[in-house]
Design a protein around this ligand. Structure first.
Ligand code: CA
Ligand code: CA
Length: 580
C-alpha cells in the first residue's frame, strides 16, 4: 500500500510542471525581457506587450497550429477579456464570473480551479468579465466582481488572503488585472456609472494589508496605513471645490477601472481615470479633476506626482482609463496613450508634459485638435450635448458625437514595438446620438443623466487595427474589421503583430507592413489580448476566446449588427509543429 502511494506520487511529480519558485520583484522588473514567462498584465509592467521571442516569424507563422485548447466549461460563458500569465510551466487564466484556472502550460491539463462565490446584486456595468491575474511570491492575485481581492496559492489554489476593496451594493466592482510594483499590489475600482469615487490602492502583496490609498477625485483625503491597519491622513488630492461645484465631488466618479502600468525607472504608477459623474456635464461646471486623466503616483508615498487631463469637463463618457505605455523616444522616457476620446497622447513619463497629440480615428467631433502649448483640447462647443435646463428641463439638445462613448479605443490594450517604433492600436470608428437629462445621485443606482444610441459611421468596418507612429502622428498601416475590435494586441521580435476579432479570428500581421500572414478561427469572439512565451525550446502563443463585454450590452445599433456572434469560453494555445 505504502509503496503504491509512493510510486503514484513519483508519477505525479514527473507529469506535473516544474514546481513554481517564488516570483520576485527582480523577475517582475525583467518580465518584458524574459521570454520564458509572462508575469504581468502587459508582458511587463510598462505594458508594451512586446515579446523578444522570435522563433515564430513572418516566414514561418503560416505553419502555426493548435497545441491545446481548454474550455472554461459550466453554463457561465459571457465575455472573456482575460490575459493569461505564465510561470514555471503553469498558466493562470481568469474567466467570466470571477473564476480562475491553473493549467499545465504545455498540455492544457487542469491543475485546479477557483470559483469565487458571488453575492446576488453585483453591478458590473460592462459584463461579468475579468482581465487577468498578477503573480507575486507564491501567490496568484485577482480581483472579483463583488470588489474583493483574492490571493491564491499558485500550487494548490487555496485562498491565502482575501480583502474587501469596497461595497458592491454602492456600485463598486473590480475587473482589472492588478499590477505589482516593489512588492505592492496596485488596484483601482470600477463603478463610474454609479457615482463611486475612483482611487488607487496599494497593499502588501504577501499579506493583503493596505499600505496607502489615493482617491482620484479632487477634494478627497488620501491615506497611509500603519501595520495594525490604522489610517493616517496623507494629504487631500488637489484642492476641495477647485474644479467641482458644490458637493458633486463626493460622488465624482473618475473610476480607475482598467488598472495601471508601472515604470521602475520613474518609480511611478500610471492610472487612467474614468468619466466624471454624472454624465450630464452642465451639472458640474469646471475641469472636474482628476477625471478623464492620467495620474502618475509615486508608489513609495502614494502621492500624485503629476496628472494630465485628456478630456476636461467631459460630456461624452470619454473615460480616460486607457493604459499609459512607457517607451523611449528621442532619448527620453515617455508614455503613449490612445484615449477613448479619439486622440493619441505622448507625455513625458517623469513630468507629464504633453509632447504630442494627434487623432488615431478618422472622425472626431468634440474637439478640433489638442493645443500642444496649453495641453488643452480645442472644444467644438456646438457638439457638446445640451443643457436640459436651457429648454423644457427634461431633455437637452441632442447631438451626434464621434467617437461614441465606447471609444476610439476602449479596454483592449495596444502594443508597442521597440523594433518598428510603432504602436499597434485596436481602434473603432463609430458615433452616437447623445442628450442630457436631469439626474440626482442615489446609492447603487445608475448616475448618468444622459441618453444615447450608438451608430455606425462606415458600411464596411467599425474596427481597424492601426500601426501608429507616436512621433509623426501618422497611421502607417491599418487592417479594417467588420465588427468593433475589442481584444488586445501582442507584438514580437519575429516582426509579428497578433490580435483577435469578435468574428472569432486570432490574426497575425507583418509588423512593418500590416500584411495579414496567418489567422485561425477560435469558435467564438476574441475580446482578450494574446500572449507568448517559450518553454522547452518551443514558442507558444495563446489567446482566450469568448464573445461579450460592453458592446452587446451598450452598443445600440452596433449591438444589433453583431448579435449573430455566439458566446464561448476557451483558452487556445498555438505553436509550430516539430520539424520531424
Ligand atoms: Ca517574462
Ligand atoms: Ca464611463
Amino acid at each position: 500500500m505504502r509503496l503504491q502511494l509512493t510510486s503514484a506520487l513519483i508519477a505525479l511529480a514527473f507529469s506535473a510542471p516544474a514546481l513554481a519558485g517564488p516570483v520576485t520583484d527582480a523577475m517582475i522588473r525583467d518580465d518584458a525581457r524574459t521570454g520564458g514567462d509572462v508575469l504581468s498584465w502587459g508582458l511587463g509592467t510598462q505594458g508594451q506587450r512586446y515579446s523578444p521571442l522570435k522563433q515564430v516569424t513572418t516566414a514561418n507563422v503560416q505553419r502555426l497550429v493548435p497545441a491545446w485548447a481548454f474550455s472554461f466549461g459550466g453554463e457561465k460563458q459571457r465575455g472573456q477579456e482575460s490575459q493569461p500569465v505564465i510561470h514555471d510551466g503553469r498558466m493562470f487564466v481568469t474567466a467570466s464570473y470571477s473564476r480562475l484556472f491553473a493549467l499545465d502550460a504545455k498540455t492544457g491539463a487542469k491543475l485546479w480551479k477557483y470559483e469565487h462565490r458571488l453575492p446576488d446584486g453585483v453591478m458590473p456595468c460592462c459584463d461579468v468579465i475579468n482581465r487577468g491575474a498578477a503573480l507575486y511570491d507564491k501567490l496568484v492575485i485577482f480581483s472579483t466582481l463583488d470588489a474583493q481581492l483574492v490571493a491564491l496559492d499558485q500550487a494548490t489554489g487555496d485562498v491565502v488572503w482575501k480583502e474587501k476593496i469596497d461595497d458592491y451594493a454602492a456600485g463598486y466592482s473590480n475587473t482589472a488585472a492588478p499590477i505589482i510594483a516593489n512588492g505592492l499590489v496596485l488596484t483601482g475600482v470600477s463603478g463610474g456609472e454609479f457615482g463611486v469615487v475612483g482611487r488607487v490602492e496599494a497593499r502588501d502583496a504577501k499579506t493583503g494589508a493596505l499600505v496607502w490609498s489615493r482617491p482620484t477625485v479632487e477634494g478627497h483625503m488620501g491615506h497611509t496605513y500603519d501595520a495594525d491597519g490604522t489610517a493616517k491622513d496623507n494629504g487631500i488630492t488637489g484642492t476641495t471645490n477647485a474644479s467641482w461645484p458644490g458637493d458633486l465631488w463626493k460622488t465624482g466618479g473618475a473610476a480607475t477601472w482598467l488598472g495601471g502600468t508601472y515604470d521602475a525607472s520613474t518609480g511611478l504608477a500610471y492610472f487612467g481615470t474614468g468619466n466624471p459623474a454624472p454624465w450630464n456635464s452642465h451639472l458640474r461646471k469646471g475641469d472636474n479633476l482628476y477625471s478623464c486623466s492620467t495620474v502618475a503616483i509615486d508608489v513609495k508615498t502614494g502621492k500624485i506626482v503629476w496628472h494630465y487631463q485628456n478630456t476636461p469637463n467631459d460630456g461624452w463618457d470619454f473615460d480616460g482609463v486607457n493604459e499609459f505605455v512607457t517607451f523611449d523616444m528621442d532619448g527620453k522616457r515617455v508614455g503613449g496613450k490612445a484615449d477613448r476620446n479619439g486622440f493619441f497622447y505622448v507625455n513625458d513619463a517623469k513630468t507629464g508634459a504633453l509632447l504630442n497629440a494627434f487623432p488615431f480615428v478618422r472622425k472626431i467631433t468634440w474637439a478640433s485638435s489638442i493645443d500642444l502649448k496649453t495641453g488643452k483640447p480645442n472644444f467644438v462647443a456646438a457638439n457638446r450635448p445640451g443643457d436640459p435646463t436651457a429648454g423644457d428641463g427634461k431633455k437637452g439638445q441632442s447631438v451626434v458625437a464621434a467617437p461614441s462613448f465606447l471609444g476610439g479605443k476602449n479596454q483592449m490594450p495596444m502594443a508597442y514595438s521597440p523594433d518598428t517604433k510603432l504602436f499597434y492600436v485596436p481602434a473603432n470608428e463609430w458615433a452616437m446620438e447623445i442628450w442630457n437629462e436631469p439626474i440626482a445621485y442615489k446609492k447603487g443606482a445608475a448616475y448618468l443623466g444622459a441618453g444615447f444610441t450608438i451608430k455606425t459611421v462606415a458600411d464596411d468596418h467599425i474596427g481597424a487595427l492601426r500601426a501608429v507612429d507616436p512621433k509623426s502622428g501618422k497611421i502607417v498601416w491599418e487592417v479594417k474589421n467588420g465588427a468593433p475590435l475589442w481584444g488586445g494586441v501582442l507584438t514580437t521580435a519575429g516582426n509579428l503583430v497578433f490580435w483577435g476579432t469578435p468574428e472569432g479570428f486570432l490574426k497575425a500581421a507583418d509588423a512593418k507592413t500590416g500584411q495579414v500572414v496567418w489567422q485561425f478561427q477560435t469558435g467564438s469572439g476574441v475580446v482578450a489580448p494574446p500572449v507568448t512565451w517559450q518553454q522547452d525550446g518551443e514558442q507558444y502563443i495563446s489567446v482566450v476566446s469568448g464573445w461579450g463585454g460592453a458592446v452587446p450590452l451598450w452598443g445600440g445599433e452596433v449591438a444589433k449588427k453583431v448579435n449573430y456572434l455566439e458566446q464561448g469560453g476557451m483558452v487556445w494555445v498555438f505553436k509550430l509543429p516539430k520539424a520531424s
